[in-house]
Ligand binder design. Structure first.
Ligand code: UDP
Length: 256
């Protein structure tokens, strides 16, 4: 295979230049970090699972008209995407109190919120992704008012759609994080598209009956059963092959 140019290495993914101009390859690692990389570990098979889970979700969102950076899955750990200029604002959507919001506002984890709440954080590892308001994003030029309108409209549709999708397989979508990027279309117009990934790394997913956690909180809170939880999400989405992880890992090693 031709040597590729690495553009960036993040905590859970590596980005390489794609073979076509304007494309990138997202490589999904098994590395897991939490608390802004203060806790580090490995979740076996996570890269493969997040790759197929995120592919499945991005395709469903594209079908309902949400523009995304996703082009196609290339193999078990890589997907081809449009190169975007990432907007440094993380968009967090909450349906149930959990994590940092439950702690910050003293609301018991698991409380259903009276309405979905959208929060913005400034994407900065050095600053620990601080919570910001729309005013900060506009004042500091991180996103224009039009871009915020565009990604807010998409965010609310994505939340409605994914809440229903997960509820249909017995999973409560408690909260999740989205990232958006700018892309120039063939007419030279810049538009906002959904980027990054949607997977149990950046969603809180609870079993609808038992409230059992099926996401990265199992790793963050040393609860065990992390690999099994990610697999169960893929299984319920109907994308884990019949042979389970063994079959996925076999195709992973055949390709590499
Ligand atoms: N999240 C994420 N990346 C971040 C921060 C949060 O993917 O850098 C996700 C997280 O997995 C959860 C949601 O966003 O699904 C809300 O996270 P929260 O603000 O409660 O922070 P946490 O408790 O994860 O530190």
């Amino acid at each position: 295979m031709a040597k590729r140019t690495k553009l960036y290495e993040g905590k859970a993914k590596v980005l390489f230049q794609g073979s076509e101009p304007g494309t990138v390859v997202q490589y999904f690692k098994d590395d897991a970090t939490a608390f802004n990389a203060k806790k580090k570990g490995t979740i076996n098979g996570k890269g493969v699972l997040n790759n197929i889970i995120s592919e499945f979700i991005m395709l469903r969102l594209q079908e309902m008209g949400i523009p995304t950076h996703f082009i196609k899955r290339m193999n078990m750990r890589e997907q081809l995407c449009h190169q975007v200029d990432i907007i440094p604002v993380e968009v967090i959507v909450r349906n149930v109190a959990a994590g940092s919001m439950a702690k910050r506002l003293g609301i018991p984890e698991g409380t259903n919120l009276p309405r979905s709440i959208v929060e913005f954080c400034y994407k900065s590892d050095e600053l620990d992704d601080p919570l910001i308001s729309e005013e900060h994003a506009v004042a500091f030029g991180w996103a224009s008012p039009q871009e915020i309108d565009d990604f807010m409209a998409m965010t609310l549709r994505i939340n409605d759609y994914l809440s229903g999708l997960f509820m249909g397989i017995g999973i409560r979508l408690v909260d999740f994080k989205l990232e958006f990027g700018r892309i120039e279309d063939e007419n030279g117009d810049v538009r906002v598209v959904l980027a990054d990934e949607i997977s149990p790394d950046n969603c809180r997913l609870w079993d609808a009956k038992t409230n059992e956690k099926m996401d990265k909180d199992r790793f963050r809170r040393d609860m065990g059963g992390v690999e099994e939880a990610y697999q169960e999400v893929a299984r319920r989405l109907g994308i884990l092959p019949e042979g389970g992880m063994a079959e996925l890992e076999e195709s992973d090693s055949e390709e590499s």
